[in-house]
Write a protein that binds this ligand. Structure first.
Ligand code: FAD
Length: 439
């Protein structure tokens, strides 16, 4: 079998928007691929980044397929925008749009969640009690934020009155989180940041909001009143060693305190303390501002479905897909796209862009009686904002190799204005092109 690895050499996630009109040119290429005639029933769970995009791509590639998309939400959230909202750079509305506006014509959208999944019977039951039988299933439900796992915490606490921020939760709560950060950087005190011990989407986002907060305090002339403490769950500040070293260097330069193996266990709003588990036992800190990012897991319906790994990530429930083909290891008519996949890297929208051609290829090839050849190499990217107006465009693969989209042009570990522009402007255009199936 000839393998066609989907490498970022074709200009990573941002390549398309960065290259301007090239986005449309490539999109036309996908649409021009020959259509395959089929009556297959394809069910897509979730209409987020992965679900909406694969629906568009399959509608382009297949003629006669019965494509159904299931999602109980009505709003689509552009989550990479949450960081900009939480730093006061965009309003909440920047990150919201209507789900149906992204879906292609000729498919069926069921505005309900999957409530039961039976991969032996190729059947899903919706929250409204509908039964949907499928020939192929694409799981793109994203992940669940386990807020209940943080003791003493409730999303209703988020805002400037409490100093609690939770910018992962929603566009509205990202905006409230900004009001909390704004107040902290006006008044000063201790600001706590950190990440959960589970796998998580956009592992750079907890670092970004810490850097942005520090930069905002500096710009306001209030840096000397503010302590910034970043709590990492592991023995590093980022899972990729070379990025860890760079982040540590920047934190040292900017007098941001960092601690390893500190995992948020709970908060006490009355006492304004946070408790962390550490190898030496529990420690408590006072805070004036705290950014809470909870443990992240597969939605319960997926964890109950028999699709999850039995011996890896058992407390998290990611689905057991082959790390290169993204096809389920035990149910060959099931594929995964996006955050739900149990693979060692890749919980970013940028990774979704590289999941899409792989799943499309294997699914369409099988329908056409051929064998798919495309492979996912772990491509993950995260424009790591370091200040308002500066970012590092870090991109890497399963082997922790840096895989820059613009080698020789944009240095991945330098804080650059062009990388910031990629995040602030180009990322959304690329993301939207991806949703339409054109990137
Ligand atoms: C603060 C923040 C910053 C980020 N920054 C970046 C960044 O800079 N760059 C980047 O590339 N990525 C970033 N990401 C990550 C990126 O947003 C996700 O990796 C991406 O959205 C994953 O796509 P997905 O389709 O797997 O899940 P999602 O886009 O989350 O969509 C999942 C969909 O599935 C639906 N669903 C859930 N359960 C069910 C069910 N039972 N039945 C049917 N539907 C269901 C949901 O309603 C949702 O619409 C960031 C995320 C956050 C939160």
């Amino acid at each position: 079998m000839i393998l066609d690895t989907v490498t970022p050499n074709r200009r990573g996630f941002l390549g398309l928007a960065g290259a301007g009109g090239a986005a449309l040119a490539l999109g036309a290429g996908a649409a021009q691929a020959q259509k395959v005639r089929t009556s297959a029933r394809i069910l897509i769970l979730g209409a987020g980044a992965g679900g909406a995009a694969i629906a568009n791509r399959l509608a382009d590639r297949l003629d006669g397929a019965e494509i159904t998309v299931l999602d109980g939400k009505q709003e689509h959230w552009y989550q990479p925008g949450f960081t900009l909202v939480a730093a006061g750079l965009r309003p909440a509305s920047y990150a919201t749009s209507s789900i149906t506006g992204w879906l292609p014509r000729g498919i069926t959208f069921v505005n309900e969640y999957a409530a039961e999944l039976d991969p032996e019977a190729n059947r899903v039951i919706t929250t409204g009690g509908q039964r949907i039988d499928y020939d192929y299933l694409i799981v793109s439900t994203g992940l669940t934020l386990d807020w209940d796992a943080v003791e003493g915490f409730d999303l209703s606490m988020v805002g400037p009155e409490t100093g609690i921020s939770a910018h992962y939760a929603s566009p509205e709560l990202a905006e409230k989180s900004w009001h909390a950060l704004d107040k902290f950087t006006d008044e000063g005190g201790v600001g706590l940041f950190g990440r959960p011990a589970t796998e998580m989407k956009c592992a750079g986002a907890p670092v970004k909001i810490c850097f942005l907060g520090e930069d905002i305090a500096t710009t306001k002339g209030n840096r000397s009143k503010c302590d910034f403490i970043y709590n990492a769950q592991a023995q590093n500040l980022f899972g990729v060693p070379v990025i860890h070293h760079r982040v540590r260097q920047i934190m040292d330069e900017r007098d941001i305190t960092y601690r390893y193996q500190h995992v948020l266990k709970g908060i006490d709003l009355g006492a304004k303390t946070a408790t962390y588990t550490t190898p030496e036992g529990e420690v408590s800190d006072n805070w004036d501002f705290i950014n809470v990012i909870p443990p992240q897991r597969a939605p319960q319906v997926i964890r109950d479905s028999g699709l999850a790994w039995a011996d890896r990530w058992v407390d998290q429930g990611w689905i057991e897909v082959d790390m290169q083909t993204l096809r389920h290891a035990r149910y060959s008519n099931v594929f995964g796209i996006g955050d739900i996949n149990g693979v060692p890297k890749g919980k970013t929208a940028a990774s979704v862009k590289f999941h899409l051609p792989v799943v499309e290829d294997h699914l369409v090839s099988e329908i056409a009686g051929r064998e798919g050849t495309r492979m996912y190499d772990g491509y993950t990217s995260c424009p790591l904002i370091t200040r308002v107006g500066r970012a590092m465009l870090v991109e890497f693969d399963y082997q922790d190799n840096l895989t820059p989209s613009f080698p020789g042009l944009i240095a991945p570990l330098e804080e650059l204005w062009i990388s910031w522009l990629m995040k602030e402007v180009a990322l959304k255009a690329t993301y939207n092109a991806m949703l339409r199936g054109r990137a």
